[in-house]
Design a binder for this molecule. Structure first.
Ligand code: GDP
Ligand code: PGA
Ligand code: MN
Ligand code: MN
Length: 623
């Protein structure tokens, strides 16, 4: 028996002050909430306390509304499946806007709109948009509650799916209101699915609105998202706050907000180092961050799988990183006990799945989870499917949302308020050609250049065509909240914040996705430890030109012998192919980077990066 909250208490909220007073003495926050209530006109308002009971009540509500399905508790306790609308399955980059004061501040990689016009236009969209619904207020903290590196946000939403997902992905509830106190700063985030209900109207299992848009105001540090319920567009703590708004804050305050996993690597001698790695969406971050290493004696522990906030620690002058999130919102397809056993263990319970298929036993399934497709399935499109059907049972961007604490290899320091010291930064992308398995930058400036020239083949994480090569510098193309030319300058200048450049992480680039005859040549996944081992050892070496590397036009590439391939079934010829630097191919790359650089205004674009490109062009020029 489900108890629905009573239907008639929006009158209660015309006199909401007293009710709000019970929750907080933060006058700015209360005023903001009252103004939103007046605009959205919800039937009910619910301030989230973040308790387990609240979570369970909202799960029950979603099941009752028909928007969530409970999985078989014997197979997957406290776990649920939600299927979205066909048009609401990924981030919408063409509907994501950076509304800085001027278009120049947003830069050529962002969609810009005038902040005032947009505010007015969106106010019209938001007017009465929560009629017939409950407005939830979610106080959330990005980063451990006791960390100086954390920031607070408050998200208003009319989606219980968002509330339950935010409960997994962030620290949220009363403790955050307490931390906020009476005058703490917070980033106000508003979200509505844009689907008001009139009395008696039956709700859709995935309410949404065709006029989807995700809008950021970096100067005012606020986020407005309308019409979409999909994770990246609706869980505003994640991409919108922790990357787009945070990157703008980080630039002002002298730190880095990056699209990076954080991983601890321990060698057989027991020496431990942490690495941060930026790969574009659906290019292997979650997998690398919790990988089960395939060589003996090495250990991997996960701090974060998607976002890193990093600053120079005053105590020792090194770069420290925290994971601002508390959960994993990971790509399901391709995840299996073979490829990512730790993710599989981490999603055995307490997990919300989106757009996966359901088995007759009441468990989940997706492409790549097992070799054999189950005989019968209900697809993410809610259709029946039998084994012979060739369409996808799960959407290629189907996701799991699970608490980080459940990951069997979660790092003991994952909630350390100081963060963890970073020894190396690794860039990477999905490149079927040209880019070698791994190489190292000569220094910080060259490393920044390597980050700036990243290109990657598009994936299902964003709406649009897949497999098209596009620039994705630092894996931040869709997430940088300001002009990327300034972002590059920020990275270049960041070196001067460290007391000694030697204390800064070494910089590397990897590519797991090089193909021959349309097949991946490198085995990937747990075998990537072989590359991490090389990187790990390189971070001990003072002079990058030392040891068993080949100096190439793009940086230091390992000699084929220096990558440990013992016990691995790979030919010398394939290793050569994986590590080769073909100057002819790199001439084409240079053209791509020139074209990318030419999109920026000459005054803004850092000369040091133009210089690095000139150098590369000269080195790969035809003899
Ligand atoms: P993220 O979105 O960057 O976190 O990427 P994921 O780790 O979720 O991986 C995205 C997709 O790439 C999944 O389908 C993975 O199975 C696949 N993938 C991850 N790592 C590798 C790898 O080393 N090699 C290959 N071939 N595929 C990988
Ligand atoms: P991903 O996260 O990087 O794990 O794919 C979501 C996204 O970037 O859209
Ligand atoms: Mn991501
Ligand atoms: Mn991921």
């Amino acid at each position: 028996q489900v108890k629905l909250p009573c239907r008639r208490n929006y009158v209660q909220w015309t006199n909401s002050s007293r009710v709000l007073d019970r929750w907080t003495d933060h006058e700015v926050l209360k005023d903001w909430i009252r103004e939103r209530i007046a605009l959205f006109q919800p039937d009910r308002v619910h301030i989230c306390d973040g308790t387990e009971k609240e979570f369970q009540d909202l799960i029950t509500l979603q099941i009752h509304l028909g928007s969530m399905i409970q999985l078989n508790p014997e197979l997957r306790p406290n776990s649920y499946v939600v299927r979205s609308d066909k048009e609401d399955v990924a981030r919408l980059e063409h509907k994501t806007f950076i509304c800085s004061d001027s278009a120049a501040e947003a830069g050529p990689t962002n969609n810009w709109q005038d902040p005032l016009d947009t505010t007015n236009r969106m106010n019209t969209l938001f007017e009465n948009s929560m009629r017939g619904r409950t407005m939830y207020v979610i106080p959330f903290c990005m980063g451990p509650l006791d960390s100086d590196m954390s920031y607070i946000g408050v998200q208003i939403t009319d989606s219980p799916y968002v509330v339950t997902s935010m409960k997994i992905m962030t620290r949220m509830g009363l403790a955050v209101l307490q931390k906020l106190g009476t005058d703490g700063d917070f980033v106000p985030c508003i979200h509505s699915v844009g689907h008001p209900l009139v009395r008696g109207q039956v709700d859709s299992p995935w309410p949404s609105n065709p006029q989807k848009q995700v809008v950021h105001f970096p100067e005012q540090r606020r986020i407005w998202s309308f019409g979409s319920g999909y994770g990246g567009n609706a869980l505003l703590g994640k991409k919108c706050f922790a990357l787009r708004i945070a990157s703008a804050i980080a630039r002002e305050e002298g730190w880095l907000a990056e699209h990076m996993l954080i991983v601890g690597v321990t060698n057989p001698k027991g020496v431990k180092k942490y690495f941060a790695a930026a790969f574009p969406s659906a290019c292997g971050k979650t997998n690398l961050s919790m990988m089960a290493p395939e060589i003996d004696g090495w250990k991997i522990e996960c701090v974060g799988d998607d976002i890193a906030w990093m600053r120079i620690n005053k105590k020792d002058g090194r770069l420290y990183a925290i994971n601002p999130e508390a959960g994993f919102f990971g790509v399901a397809p391709g995840t299996s006990y073979k490829t990512n056993p730790n993710a599989m263990e981490g999603i055995k319970k307490n997990t919300i799945f989106t757009n996966v298929a359901i088995t007759p036993e009441g468990d989940v399934w997706w492409e790549g989870m097992s070799k054999e497709k189950p005989d019968r399935l209900v697809t993410w499109l809610r259709t029946q499917m039998t084994k012979g059907d060739i369409e996808d049972a799960a959407h290629p961007n189907a996701r799991f949302c699970a608490p980080a604490s459940q990951c069997p290899v979660i790092d003991p320091n994952w909630e350390n308020p100081e963060g963890v010291p970073i020894s190396g930064i690794i860039f990477g992308g999905r490149r079927s050609q040209t880019v070698p398995l791994v190489y190292q930058a000569r220094d910080w400036q060259h490393g920044t250049f390597i980050g700036s020239i990243m290109n990657s083949e598009t994936t299902a994480a964003a709406a649009g065509i897949r497999g098209v090569l596009r620039p994705d510098p630092f894996a931040m193309y869709p997430f940088c909240g300001y002009n990327m030319a300034d972002y590059f300058s920020h990275w270049l200048n960041f070196a001067s914040l460290a007391p000694d450049e030697k204390l800064l992480p070494k910089i590397f680039h990897v590519n797991w996705f090089k193909k021959k005859s349309n097949k991946f040549v490198w085995p990937g996944f747990g075998q990537n430890i072989r590359v991490l081992k090389w990187i790990f050892e390189r971070t001990d070496i003072e002079n990058p030109a030392d040891g068993s590397v080949v100096k190439t036009p793009i940086g230091y590439v390992p000699t084929p012998e220096s990558i440990d391939t013992s016990g691995l079934d790979i030919t010398t010829e394939d290793m050569k192919y994986l590590l080769q630097v073909d100057t002819r191919e790199w001439r084409t790359e240079v053209d791509i980077y020139r074209e990318f650089q030419s999109k920026f205004s000459k005054e803004k674009f850092p000369k040091r990066l133009v210089h690095e490109l000139d150098l590369l062009a000269k080195e790969v020029a035809a003899p």
